[in-house]
Write a protein that binds this ligand. Structure first.
Ligand code: ASP
Length: 437
């Protein structure tokens, strides 16, 4: 694909995917053709990205800490990152609340649509509620307990344990800094080499990206059955999307004023990761690409990227928290459940916690929404109805909120990088060198 920039290639793949899906929907057997012969390309791509996530975190975080040479820098990077993650999440939720209170999408939905939607989807909701409740029933410090692995091999054997792998890598990296340099050297060399190999794997996988997104979007189109729902829930979906766009504008502005990098520099640098986030609905699957773009195209040095991005993919979900705020208030408006100002403050708190607890995989944000709805006292019979109400548009909104999640991680990486003097000019080492404009 010649010298076309990567983001255009991916965007082209997405458009062709939608067109192919629409076309195949017109023929008998077209849907099956896409599901049998096209969708596997996308599935393989997502599996490949997930395959390298754990080795990438291990290698780059250990190498990143070893390069820091000084543990006090790590604590300042850590403190700023976590502080900014919390701050951006609270800002995102506040934007969500502001938009949903101004637009009042719950008042725009017809009563017959509410009963139709709740009847169609309420059967599917039981398992979601159960999953969220089992999560909630854990004690307040359970997340700390869960973060510490008791066996690194079992931790590394599941992508769901990303926080445990981050914990191990940090612990290992810090200990590496504390031993004699001659003993540390062979290990550092090993992780340097491993890091280069994994980054090369990302490059090779990305060669597939335009074809993979074509496959993913074509299968999404043929799997979407009821498009009328989008119009019925248009005000709600529009409110979420407006909020997400406002949040992205805030990142862009803060980056512009704080780091002096132009909006086009930031968006161009991160757009392939955004497009993949949109196509896969998973910040975990997008993580390898996010890290590569943040480091090589936005110029954030490895010491910062290797810590901020994996942590962000697991705990920082601004898009998800914003969506949870809008969805919670929308459900209450539509089901005529009055919310006080105090309830809205409760949403800020619980949506922050729920977004931290949401896994970086498709649909996770909706499961954790249950916790937000419960915290404001929505009775359990209304809870399942509420989820059923928004279920039909969850996937497209998931695609959009994942874009914001990934953009938020990249923005915080740049801000932290700048604040600790680790933001430099981009250093593009990999294959897409030739693909720049
Ligand atoms: N899909 C989102 C992500 O991976 C999480 C969610 O909001 O469902 O970031």
């Amino acid at each position: 694909m010649g010298k076309i920039a990567l983001h255009w290639q991916i965007l082209g793949g997405m458009i062709l995917g939608v067109l192919l899906g629409l076309l195949c929907n017109q023929f008998e057997g077209g849907r099956e053709f896409i599901l049998d012969w096209v969708k596997p390309v996308g599935t393989v791509f997502i599996k490949l990205l997930k395959l390298i996530a754990i080795p990438l975190i291990l290698a780059s975080l250990i190498k990143g800490i070893a390069d820091l040479k000084d543990i006090s820098k790590l604590s300042s990077i850590g403190g700023r990152t976590i502080g900014l993650y919390l701050l951006t999440t609270v800002i995102a939720i506040s934007i969500g609340l502001m938009v949903v209170n101004i637009i009042q999408p719950g008042g725009q939905i017809a009563p017959e649509t509410i009963s139709e939607l709740t009847q169609t989807y309420s059967g599917d909701m039981g398992t979601k509620v159960e999953k969220a409740i089992s999560q909630k029933n854990k004690g307040p410090l359970q997340f700390v307990v869960d973060m510490v692995p008791d066996n690194i091999f079992s931790a590394a054997s599941s992508n769901r344990n990303m926080l445990q792998v981050i914990f191990f890598s940090l612990f290992f990296g810090v200990s590496l800094l504390l031993i004699k340099p001659e003993s540390a050297k062979p290990i550092i060399d090993f992780f340097n080499g491993l890091n280069d190999v994994v980054l090369k794997m990302v490059d090779l996988i990305m060669l597939m990206a335009p074809y993979a997104v074509l496959a993913l979007l074509a299968s999404l189109v043929v799997e979407t059955t009821n498009t009328d729902i989008f119009t019925a829930l248009g005000w709600y979906a529009g409110s979420v999307i407006l909020g997400l766009l406002l949040m992205i504008s805030i990142y862009v502005l803060v980056i512009y004023f704080y780091t002096k990098k132009s909006p086009s520099f930031f968006i161009k640098g991160i757009s392939p990761a955004q497009l993949l986030a949109f196509s896969t609905s998973s910040s975990a699957a997008t993580l390898p690409v996010t890290m590569e773009r943040v480091e090589e195209h936005l110029g954030v040095e490895k010491e910062v990227t290797s810590f901020v991005c994996p942590l962000g993919a697991t705990i920082n979900m601004d898009g998800t928290s914003l969506y949870q705020a809008v969805a919670a208030v929308f459900i209450c408006q539509a089901l005529a459940f009055n919310l006080s100002f105090g309830d809205q403050l409760t949403i800020v708190l619980t949506a922050t916690l729920a977004s931290i607890g949401s896994a970086a995989v498709p649909g996770a944000g909706m499961i954790m929404l249950v916790i937000v709805l419960e915290s404001i006292g929505l009775p359990s019979e209304k809870l399942a109805l509420g989820l059923a109400l928004i279920f039909a548009v969850d996937r497209p909104l998931d695609m959009c909120r994942t874009v914001t999640n990934v953009t938020g991680d990249a923005a915080v990486a740049m801000i932290v990088g700048k604040s600790v003097g680790k933001l430099s000019e981009p250093n593009i080492k990999n294959w897409d060198d030739n693909y720049r404009n």
